[in-house]
Design a binder for this molecule. Structure first.
Ligand SMILES: Nc1ncnc2c1ncn2[C@@H]1O[C@H](COP(=O)(O)OP(=O)(O)O)[C@@H](O)[C@H]1O
Ligand SMILES: [Mg+2]
Length: 224
């Protein structure tokens, strides 16, 4: 599904990789370790946006491959007025609102054909996300991570660790073909770390996690 073949890349002041090769396959959960500054975050960036980098070697990624990503430096946006439930379900709610808006427009339109086409696209996307079940799906994830208590809180009330877990859930719910997390464990206490372990182990798709955490390395992953 994703194949890296003899990749070499350097910044002007620093050589990062010299002819590295690896592959990610279906349902593989891969941990990615390396000393600080060795270029882990940069490698992730190359995978997500290869056009921005001048590298040697070959990178094969299926053009339909959708990537979910939780950044190393993500932080709660304190200005956002949104509950945890609304945040995790943002994509579902957006499509739902779009469908409602198109139906409303149909009442007054002179161009029914194009609206019918639009609503069909939106409905297809909604079904593909299992939209009718989205509240159940979110509840299931929150229960798994033992975070049901957060569901109706505003996201600005969360701790850094809680927000990280909520972000992981949100990205996972969009069912990416490749899910990438860059050092997600750094600010987690043990309880939240355990929740992260459960989320990782319940995820069905390909997963790439940058981590040095012993506990995660011992309890997750089939490739390091
Ligand atoms: N845009 C950039 N330009 C030049 N050097 C960079 C840039 N981004 C990162 N680096 C350097 O590349 C090295 C690897 O960075 P990074 O990929 O963030 O490492 P890691 O995530 O493994 O800690 C570091 O020495 C960093 O200073
Ligand atoms: Mg990094």
């Amino acid at each position: 599904m994703i194949k890296v073949d003899n990749l070499s890349f350097s910044f002007p002041q620093k050589e990062l990789y010299n002819n590295i090769s690896f592959t990610f396959e279906e349902a593989q959960h891969c941990a990615f370790i390396g000393t600080s500054g060795s270029g882990k975050s940069t490698l992730i960036d190359i995978l997500m946006d290869p056009e921005r980098y001048l590298f040697d070697g070959k990178l094969e990624i299926d053009p339909t491959c959708r990537i979910g990503y939780v950044s190393q430096f993500s932080q709660v946006d304190k200005t956002k007025e949104m509950t945890v439930f609304e945040y995790i379900g943002e994509e579902f709610i957006k499509i739902q609102d779009e469908i409602t808006a198109i139906y409303a427009e149909m009442a007054t339109t002179s161009d029914m054909d194009s609206l019918l086409e639009k609503v069909q696209l939106a409905l297809d996307a909604f079904v593909a996300m299992d939209g009718d079940n989205f509240e159940n799906i979110i509840n299931k994830q929150l229960n798994l991570a033992n975070l049901m208590k957060l569901k109706d809180l505003n996201i600005s009330e969360l701790s850094g660790g809680e927000f990280k877990l909520i972000q992981v859930m949100k990205e996972m719910l969009n069912r990416p073909d490749l899910m990438i997390m860059d050092e997600p464990d750094v600010f987690l206490d043990f309880e939240n770390l355990n929740a992260l372990k459960k989320l990782i182990n319940s995820h069905k798709g390909i997963l790439l996690v940058v981590t040095h955490n012993r506990y995660l390395l011992n309890h997750c992953f089939n490739k390091i």
